[in-house]
Design a protein around this ligand. Structure first.
Ligand SMILES: [Zn+2]
Length: 392
């Protein structure tokens, strides 16, 4: 169904305004994200313009005993260390920010350990992927981008499947939901929809955060709904049921599969574009430090740069798709639960607990937000309930 909430009754004249605290917190967080992206962008541009990428490549060959694939790994290693060092101050500022707004339970040691694990996971996954890309370039220099795209799709599916059982447990503990009445409610919700979500897990978020959250993740056997313990502790069963119904809506409407298909299409274009830009830049000698042969891995920053810029330009479109999925899941939830009251109160509680902006500016919502604003979600729910009443 196309945007069910566009038939909504007019919104109340004056939407509630957010507290200065919520405004400031969210503004700082956005600027942190922007600053982080700018640092990454500048690093890529600078190593290409100055030719430092060539120096890094020469060091890699030197320390790697002239062995190509070892040199590729050393290059990725050095690059990721430099990137981490540059972004570490911002990461630390982000950690302090959560504490300053009383949203975090995480100790410094635990945070440092998470940072290290996150960096290692990125290094391993990035390292494997970059090795594969350059192996493919050496084997099939003409059509490398199609093969690399196919390999990427395979790895991406593997990661989506393994993330709930391998990646997320590196950072959080999960336990099967130990609450019979909630499990019954979910089973009943699923039966109505002729579907079944095998797993519901309690996500031990409270060790690290005071925020609450829930999500649907995984594909196939690893498909599951996760509910933060912070949500289970502070919300009524009716409110939790509303959240469960929303997550079930994502499952029934196949949003994860749709998101994957979208990624698959975008990356096909992305790899094609990368190849074109790479060849053009090499043919016109934009960056003298790069060898004209494609397998010179000193051109890696250029590949990442194309991907980064493309990702940035597509952000509004991807967020629009995500917000559409959220609206669909909300509609599914309203139709599944006896009354929208618990949905509305769960939204209010979530906004307070997570210090979310209920009414972000139009631009902020359009560009940055993967979810419609809380204000819009509540207004849409109320309008839907009203139109239901009038129809009956
Ligand atoms: Zn959702």
């Amino acid at each position: 169904m196309e945007q069910p909430n566009t038939v909504a009754a007019p919104l109340p004249a004056a939407p509630p305004s957010d507290s200065p605290e919520a405004r400031r917190y969210n503004r700082i967080r956005r600027w942190l994200g922007i600053a982080d992206a700018i640092i990454g962008f500048l690093l890529l541009v600078i190593v290409l313009m100055t030719g430092w990428t060539g120096t890094l490549r020469d060091w890699s060959y030197h320390f790697g005993g002239q062995r190509y694939f070892l040199a590729v790994f050393l290059y990725v290693l050095m690059f990721s260390v430099i990137m981490k060092v540059l972004s570490a101050p911002l990461d630390y500022f982000g950690f302090r920010l959560e504490h300053r707004y009383n949203l975090s339970n995480q100790k410094m040691r635990s945070w440092l350990w998470d940072e290290l694990k996150g960096w290692l996971v990125g290094l391993v996954m990035g390292g494997i992927f970059v090795e594969l890309i350059y192996a493919i370039i050496r084997i099939a220099p003409q059509r490398w981008w199609i093969v690399a795209w196919a390999v990427f799709v395979g790895l991406f599916l593997l990661i989506v499947q393994l993330a709930p059982v391998v990646l997320f447990p590196l950072f959080y503990k999960f336990e099967p939901l130990n609450n019979d009445s909630l499990r019954d409610r979910l089973t009943r919700l699923g039966e109505r929809a002729g579907t079944r979500v095998r797993g519901v897990y309690e996500w031990k978020l409270s060790e690290k955060s005071k925020k609450a959250n829930a999500a649907l993740m995984g594909i196939g056997r690893t498909r599951r709904i996760i509910l933060a313990d912070t949500l289970l502790q502070n919300y009524t069963e009716d409110e939790i049921e509303a959240v469960l119904a929303h997550e079930l809506g994502h499952h029934v409407r196949r949003h994860i599969v749709k998101g994957i298909l979208m990624q698959v299409g975008i990356t096909f274009f992305g790899f094609w574009l990368t190849n074109e830009v790479l060849r053009y830049a090499l043919a016109h000698d934009w960056f003298p430090a790069l060898d004209p042969r494609l397998y010179d891995f000193a051109n890696l920053p250029l590949i990442i740069l194309v991907a980064t810029v493309l990702g940035f330009l597509l952000m509004p479109a991807l967020n629009a798709l995500s917000r559409r999925h959220e609206r669909e899941a909300d509609l599914y939830a309203w139709e599944s639960i006896p009354a929208i009251g618990p949905f509305v109160s769960a939204m209010q509680k979530l906004a307070d607990q997570n210090l979310a902006e209920r009414t972000p500016s139009r631009f902020v919502e359009w560009f940055f937000e993967s979810h419609p604003s809380i204000y819009k979600r509540i207004a849409a729910a109320e309008a839907w309930a009203q139109s239901r009443q009038q129809a009956s």
